[in-house]
Design a protein around this ligand. Structure first.
Ligand SMILES: NC(=O)c1ccc[n+]([C@@H]2O[C@H](COP(=O)([O-])OP(=O)(O)OC[C@H]3O[C@@H](n4cnc5c(N)ncnc54)[C@H](OP(=O)(O)O)[C@@H]3O)[C@@H](O)[C@H]2O)c1
Length: 191
């Protein structure tokens, strides 16, 4: 990986899926940390009991768990499971994969007007105040600038509570674990 990336070390390396020899893979990733080749290691898409299995077996606990997380699916239960390991959520689909229905929710439009921000900036600020790490994807340079410009205002506790009411259990990526394992290599949620 270092050769391919033409770099001396990797900041954060993730184990993408909870399939195959994931415990063996984690051990190898721990070795890479000890060798100074990787600074932090984390996991992605571990939401079954394999999450606890890996965390209990790990000498180095995952620094992050990268999973789908946005105001419709804030991952509150998963956060409680992660607390004992000090692992934090890194949200994929932080904007619901750009879903217009989510972005245009009335509460975001109202708060955008109040703070002089865009609806997307309100959602990203919500993530930060929830303690989530975010990496929204954009190919638009102005959006990229906007997405960094969320550190000069704060949502109030009442506003956070109002946004919490959007939690409706809706996920934008829906594939059963069985199908994910069966089609491994042939798909990626990032598609
Ligand atoms: N670990 C995993 O299994 C996994 C699974 C899925 C996704 N991911 C990763 O998660 C990251 C995010 O996923 P995603 O791109 O699908 O979803 P996303 O970040 O929730 O949404 C991206 C969409 O939001 C729009 N957007 C971004 N910033 C905006 C702004 N300031 N104003 C208006 N629109 C804005 C983008 O359009 P524009 O380009 O027009 O700005 C794009 O359509 C990606 O890097 C992806 O690879 C990881």
């Amino acid at each position: 990986m270092l050769d391919r990336l033409d770099t001396k070390y990797i900041d954060l390396l993730l184990l993408h899926q909870q399939f195959g020899d994931y415990l063996g893979a984690w051990k190898d990733m721990e070795k890479a940390v000890k060798a100074g080749k990787v600074r932090s290691i984390g996991i992605s898409n571990f939401e079954s009991e394999r999450l606890e299995e890996l965390c209990e077996a790990a000498n180095i606990k995952p620094s992050v768990l990268q999973v789908e997380c946005h105001p419709y699916y804030p991952q509150n239960a998963l956060k409680k499971r992660l607390a004992p390991y000090g692992t934090v959520i890194e949200s994929w689909y932080p904007l619901g994969h750009g879903d217009k229905g989510l972005i245009n929710e009335a509460v975001f439009t109202k708060l955008a007007k109040k703070y002089g921000k865009t609806n997307v900036q309100i959602i990203l600020r919500w993530h930060i105040q929830q303690g989530n790490i975010i990496f929204p994807k954009t190919t638009n340079p102005q959006h990229m600038k906007d997405n960094f410009d969320i550190f000069d205002f704060s949502l109030t506790a009442d506003e956070m509570k109002e946004i919490a009411k959007l939690d409706n259990g809706r996920r934008f990526f829906n594939m059963s674990l069985e199908d994910q394992e069966k089609n491994l290599g042939a798909w990626s949620p990032a598609d």
